[in-house]
Design a binder for this molecule. Structure first.
Ligand code: ZN
Ligand code: ZN
Length: 369
């Protein structure tokens, strides 16, 4: 599979430290941004290669099969979460409520910054302390082990909104939000899952350690520690603590994550690529720590900001930028403004506040819009 190897833009330019020219590639072996036509050619290739396999799903009959254990399990979890929230506003101590909220926030950040932008898309590099912290708090989040999370998300990008996508949004809001976890996987999901390149992850000792001991780590780090600490430190009852700091926290953060798969594939605008399902959705960005600028993200998945303007409703980018200034993360990749402009004019739905007004035939790359 040939790719266009080009200069990688690094965040060094933004923070005025010596620019380091590197060559790098995305998780699927595709190269990233460069200038002008090469950049655009690269975007085309990236998406072509990610969608070049035939969708065979119409060639046989697929009958959806509900996994009742999961469906009833999620129902119980959601009822437990409602009860946990009730306890949080009535019987639990204020400190316990704040503890649950803080855990939800930091574990969500570990999911967006770690599982998503660092490990799945390799949009930047991080030192071992940051990687260790991200894996630890991703375990607190309780959203399955990183290995499975990354495989599913790479598959989601590669086969977006087809039957090969684990949470295919063309099957409706409920399916791509939570339903996909309550039914047997579509045969195309199983088949296409085997095509996902996980070679980089298989060589990562921290991620593989978490995968090997995930059940034990989940019991200790996601359930026991969050529940026991309030009991030991400020004498909260274990009952309140368990329902608020584990059950409610888990369910609330899961739903905000799922909104990226559901709302951010259905409700919003497509200023960068009008021919794909993902949209720009400010609500999901606000509560999903910057992950709702999803039309941009699916168009330029190697961009560490996951948005055209990094800071706007984008806590994850703010934290990555802070870590960059501290020297903890480095080699950040992003799409050049020229590429974004060109792509938006040619492929967007016209909703971009600046580029949307330009007709593709009138587009002049030299012009400063
Ligand atoms: Zn992604
Ligand atoms: Zn998506």
């Amino acid at each position: 599979m040939s790719t266009v190897q080009t200069e990688t833009q690094t965040i060094h330019k933004v923070f005025k430290v010596p620019t380091k020219v590197t060559k790098d590639s995305t998780p699927n072996g595709k190269t990233k941004s460069s200038q002008g036509d090469e950049e655009e050619l690269h975007v085309e290739k990236y998406h072509e290669m990610n969608n070049n396999e035939e969708d065979n799903s119409s060639k046989y009959e697929y009958k959806m099969e509900i996994v009742w254990f999961n469906a009833i399990g999620f129902l119980i979890l959601h009822l437990g979460a409602l009860y946990g929230i009730f306890l949080g506003f009535t019987r639990a101590k204020l400190l316990t409520f704040l503890w649950a909220a803080a855990l939800a926030y930091i574990s969500a950040l570990a999911t967006t910054m770690g599982a998503h932008r660092l490990y799945t898309h390799r949009t930047f590099k991080a030192n071992k302390w940051i990687r260790g912290a991200l894996v630890f708090f991703q375990t607190v989040a309780g959203q399955n082990c990183l290995w499975v999370w990354i495989r599913d998300h790479r598959q989601h990008h590669k086969y977006s909104d087809t039957h090969g996508d684990p949470h295919n949004s063309s099957r409706g809001f409920f399916f791509c939000h939570i339903g996909w976890l309550m039914v047997r996987k579509h045969p195309e999901v199983l088949k296409k899952g085997k095509t996902i390149d996980m070679s980089d992850i298989n060589q990562d000792p921290i991620v593989m350690f978490q995968k090997k001991y995930y059940k034990t780590l989940f019991m200790i780090i996601a359930i026991a520690l969050p529940s026991v600490i309030p009991h030991i430190c400020w004498n909260e009852s274990l009952w309140n603590s368990f329902f608020l700091c584990f059950v409610a926290r888990l369910v609330v953060s899961l739903n905000f994550t799922w909104l990226v798969n559901s709302a951010a594939h259905i409700y919003g605008t497509r200023p960068f690529s009008k021919d794909i399902a993902p949209v720009e959705n400010w609500f999901v960005s606000l509560f999903g720590l910057g992950e709702g600028w999803h039309n941009y993200h699916h168009t330029f998945p190697w961009d560490y900001r996951a948005a055209e303007f990094g800071q706007h409703f984008n806590v994850t980018t703010t934290v990555i930028d802070y870590c960059t200034r501290k020297g903890w993360v480095y080699d950040l990749k992003y799409a050049s403004p020229e590429l974004v402009k060109r792509h938006s004019v040619k492929k967007g739905d016209g909703s971009h506040p600046i580029y949307g007004k330009i007709h593709p035939d009138d587009f002049d790359p030299a012009e400063n819009y």
